[in-house]
Design a protein around this ligand. Structure first.
Ligand code: SF4
Length: 83
């Protein structure tokens, strides 16, 4: 997707270990759930435990992705994988 929503956040939720690094950086988008994994707020389920969210702007999600110790947050900008 590009145009109005050039940023795509991808969360491999099954890989998440619930360390909360992403939530501490960008709590507007990352929230701990009762199963000790975080949810990407407003995301849609795109596959088996893969959730995606399209945005107009990156906001703090690049830093959140860089903080993830198991690399289960990915960011695309205009279809190009950034992390
Ligand atoms: S930083 Fe990664 S492993 Fe930690 S809670 Fe966020 S998505 Fe899960």
């Amino acid at each position: 997707m590009s145009g109005e929503f050039p940023i795509k956040i991808i969360h491999e939720r099954n890989v998440c270990i619930g360390c909360c690094a992403c939530e501490s950086i960008e709590p507007k988008f990352w929230k701990m759930n009762t199963d000790n994994k975080v949810d990407l707020v407003g995301a849609k389920k795109e596959g088996d435990e893969v959730y995606t969210l399209e945005l107009k702007e990156m906001q703090g999600n690049m830093e959140a992705a860089e903080s993830c110790p198991v690399n289960c947050i990915h960011v695309e900008e205009k279809g190009i994988k950034k992390i």
